[in-house]
Design a protein around this ligand. Structure first.
Ligand SMILES: O=C(O)[C@H](O)COP(=O)(O)O
Length: 229
């Protein structure tokens, strides 16, 4: 099976560097809509037979042009939503962002017990994300589909693939951001394990990505860069 984990396009919360993780969340900005449209060129001919988005509107808006191009409906899975910020929701100060990224880093290093006040811990996050992936794979298999796009969020994609892909390390994920409409491409399956075959930046040019502003959940943490997978 092949999984394209796609981060949504830009929102105003990304530009303002806010921890915007709750449902329904912000709409795509004009640039975010452009980025969503550009996914048709990037992924439209890659054999995708199913598209699933999270319950946040920005992922569904991002998925819409690609799904329309492929003649598919966008399925929605709550498990694909962003890692919860809890009491830090909609904050953008340095201390809040650092605390959010510290929790994610702890999970990447195997300590799933830590959580922000008012937010899920790592056990809860992996349980819901694993279940969403498993459900999407089961539906795809039943339909004879072996290539799926899951449109999700910066911290969620980086953290889940960092732990579930055997060739990604915690150091790589902590040091590597995922721009709006960046794609992490995985091959394999839950039984045999996942391998990351590609980790891209924005599908638009670097200047536009710079304008986009990745937002705190998608940015590298301020630590020494680790080995690339
Ligand atoms: O940090 C962010 O950018 C938001 O809080 C959540 O991440 P997302 O933009 O990938 O949903």
């Amino acid at each position: 099976m092949r999984l394209f984990l796609v981060r949504h396009g830009q929102t105003q919360s990304n530009v303002d560097h806010l921890l915007d993780t709750a449902v329904p969340g912000a709409d795509l900005s004009p640039l975010g809509r452009e980025q969503a449209g550009a996914l048709v060129g990037a992924l439209g001919e890659r054999g995708i037979g199913a598209v699933t988005a999270s319950t946040l509107v920005r992922t569904q808006q991002t998925a819409a042009p690609l799904a329309a191009h492929l003649g598919l409906d966008v399925a929605v899975a709550d498990g694909l939503r962003e890692i919860e910020a809890g009491d830090l929701e909609m904050r953008g100060d340095e201390e809040s962002v650092r605390r959010y990224l510290e929790v994610v880093a702890a999970w990447l290093h195997g300590d799933l017990t830590v959580a922000e006040p008012g937010a899920e811990d790592g056990h809860a996050f992996f349980a819901r994300y694993d279940a969403a992936v498993a459900d999407a794979l089961a539906a795809a298999r039943a339909a004879g589909v072996d290539t799926l796009a899951l449109v999700s969020h910066g911290a969620a994609i980086r953290t889940w693939s960092g732990v579930r892909a055997r060739n990604l390390t915690a150091a790589f994920v902590i040091a590597t951001g995922l721009e709006n409409t960046g794609v992490v491409e995985l091959q394999g399956g839950p039984g045999e394990g996942w391998t990351c075959v590609r980790w891209t930046g924005a599908v638009l040019g670097p200047e536009q990505a710079e304008v986009a502003g990745a937002g705190p959940a998608a940015e590298p943490a301020p630590v020494e860069p680790g080995p690339v997978f």
